[in-house]
Design a protein around this ligand. Sequence first.
Ligand code: ZN
Ligand code: ZN
Length: 387
Amino acid sequence: MKKFSLLFGFVILFAIHSNANIVNVRILTTKVIRSFIFSPLGGNYAIYGDGVLLSDFDPTGIFQMTLEGNAIRLKTFEKDLGRFYNIKMISREPEASFKIKSINPQSKVRTYDGNVEVKLHTDNLQLLLVNSVDLEDYIAGVVESEGGRGSNLEYYKIQAILCRTYLLAHLNRHIQEGFEICDDVHCQAYASKASEDDIIQAVLATKGQVVVDNNLNLITAAFHSNCGGETCNSEDVWAISKSYLKSVKDTFCTSQSQAHWQRDISLEDWKSYLQLKQNNSKGKTPPMITSFNQAYGRAVYLEDKGLKIPLKNIRNDFKLKSTFFSIEQIGDSIKFKGRGYGHGVGLCQEGAMEMARQKYSYEYILHYYYKDVSLVDVSALSYFRQE
Ligand SMILES: [Zn+2]
Ligand SMILES: [Zn+2]
């Protein structure tokens, strides 16, 4: 790892922290919310309607908010508190959390940390719910929502750092809409606050850490399920070259669940496909390619007698699990024998999980898959951004 520690020790002193650790996340993004119930889970909340503290309520109560014309009706079980354009539930304690249950449309109860603001969506047909949450609490929620459960602590640390890196690189994504990031897979899945201890521990242990390249830019933290034994250069898959997304050999994933796949395609379909791709010399019979292998490393093209097809196109066209395949003719079909699952760029998840099980550290694993990168504290980064 590059030694930035002295430099960063210095700049952290000068880093400005104004709201830097709070993230504004739109929650229940994919639902058109017209009515929902809010209730505190731990800690008390103060409720504000159009900026005014509504003191006449039980702070541990249950509140229903319903879209009504161009405003929001706020009610408790006992009382109608009026109509507002903007309602804020602000926690009175730092560790407070709350429950949300959508009533229209119906949905399951979800739990969140932090505060929530409710306003009208610009389409005037739904409510917009924005959860203002501590950055680290948000990261824990994302790791649990995206990574599932049952991994080990060291692997969760990697996920935490990559989720944090992604977040910081995408904070402006929804700024025009009145929030920073959404809770859908469009940004990062964030279904609720985290509950698994190992995830919470992993986020805490890597607090503030993000991955940057040589120019201190947050990296595009690409990852995939299984590389099949060798990751890809980003330029071979997306036509964008990144210094840290370079092909590496990986022996850790080759016995994992997504390491191998097979697929048969009829000879007839394969012939038609090659004919289709032979579009430069219409009418000419394309070369019949019935054998191809990548036994000694990944290729980028299937190439023979003037016909050259990018493997990524073949993968797309036949919905194959990866571009890391060999082909052979068996009878009247073409057999694809493939390795890995996914685009193959960046971190190989099954390889990283296996390395974590074999007690490699999260720092080692990150540097294994991302070349010439550094782990830095986000507060140091915000200092550089303000310069
Ligand atoms: Zn989004
Ligand atoms: Zn791999």
